[in-house]
Design a protein around this ligand. Structure first.
Ligand SMILES: NC(=O)C1=CN([C@@H]2O[C@H](COP(=O)(O)OP(=O)(O)OC[C@H]3O[C@@H](n4cnc5c(N)ncnc54)[C@H](OP(=O)(O)O)[C@@H]3O)[C@@H](O)[C@H]2O)C=CC1
Ligand SMILES: O=C1Nc2ccccc2C1=O
Length: 285
């Protein structure tokens, strides 16, 4: 399955669906990523926190090595600076370590600050280092994750900004929609990556008959996971579904042969729900 490409404000393009790489079984991570490449994945989302950057990069590199027709520029590798690495010295060291881990990939497509939690001073110091990494050619696009509007505004108003954030990666599913923040980011030219688009798996077991999600699954012959990926794409987001299971990886990409109607999308929306799966820091000071 081929993925649509979305143009970022950096000038580079990002595949519209990414494979979430959190919590993959460590010994199998590179082979799962290799399998994902075979299935058509071209975008991978890892982080220092996930302790698998080298394995994710190895899976992509091996695929490139084994498939001479495939080109590095078709692949998109994201990683994230962890909170404890924020601040000038910490982030410089973090970037050096990340670059050492990508091996043959040569550059990082997208480098994010994982969260705003370390506070204004460290956030801006670290962002300055991300910009240095772009200038040095180690990184192509930069961005943020778990940023609320006030964090993004702080960055957009900062006198040192030379490379505006290309994305804000935030948790979005029908049960944590964040419509205002997401639409505002899009209006600033900042793409929205939707993490935990499958609710961590929590809400995938046979949705209650009568719910719009169940009705859409039935109408299109699709699984709840496929409808949730499509819901996210229909909103203009870049979903990052994770699976360690090849059959599910395949399933989660098979979303090009149906379209949800505006009424179906509105029916799946749960605007009154607020149920994040992991952590919440968009409201941090
Ligand atoms: N920036 C941030 O702070 C955060 C970023 N992320 C990013 O987002 C990614 C996705 O989020 P994540 O929390 O992993 O959760 P997801 O919402 O992607 O859900 C993953 C779970 O759903 C299961 N699953 C996947 N596909 C299917 C399917 N077709 N049918 C049934 N079950 C399925 C998986 O099982 P199995 O693997 O066993 O197949 C796994 O248990 C992360 O991997 C990470 O890259 C996530 C959280 C925070
Ligand atoms: O993928 C992730 N899962 C998490 C759980 C807690 C904090 C951050 C994350 C991730 O980035």
């Amino acid at each position: 399955m081929s993925l649509r490409l979305i143009k970022l404000n950096s000038g580079y393009s990002i595949p519209s669906v990414g494979m979430g790489c959190y919590n993959l079984p460590p010994a199998q991570t590179s082979s799962i990523v290799y399998e994902a490449c075979k299935l058509g994945y071209r975008h991978f989302d890892t982080a220092v926190l996930y302790h698998n950057e080298a394995e994710v990069a190895q899976g992509i590199s091996k695929y490139l090595q084994d498939h001479p027709g495939a080109k590095r520029l078709e692949f998109f590798y994201t990683t994230k600076v962890w909170d404890l690495q924020q601040g000038t010295a910490g982030t410089r060291k973090a970037v050096k370590d990340m670059v050492a881990k990508i091996g043959n990939l040569e550059y990082i497509d997208l480098l994010l600050l994982h969260s705003p939690l370390p506070g204004t001073k460290k956030r801006l110091e670290s962002y300055a280092v991300l910009q240095e990494a772009v200038e040095a050619g180690h990184v192509r696009s930069v961005g943020v994750s778990n940023y609320g509007r006030h964090h993004v505004e702080e960055l957009l108003q900062w006198s040192g900004l030379t490379h505006p954030p290309a994305v804000n990666q935030i948790e979005i599913s029908p049960w944590v929609m964040r419509t205002e923040l997401a639409q505002w980011c899009l209006a600033q030219g900042i793409h929205v990556e939707a993490y935990a688009p499958l609710t961590h798996g929590n809400r995938l077991a046979a949705p209650e008959p009568g719910l719009a999600l169940a009705a859409a699954c039935k109408k299109y012959g699709k699984s709840p996971a496929q409808v949730l990926v499509k819901w996210s794409l229909s909103k203009g987001y870049i979903p990052l579904p994770k699976s360690k299971t090849p059959s599910r990886l395949k399933e989660n990409l098979e979303v090009n042969d149906f379209e949800l109607t505006p009424d179906e999308i509105a029916g799946i929306d749960q605007p009154d729900s607020y149920d994040p799966t992991d952590w919440e820091c968009t409201d941090a000071p």
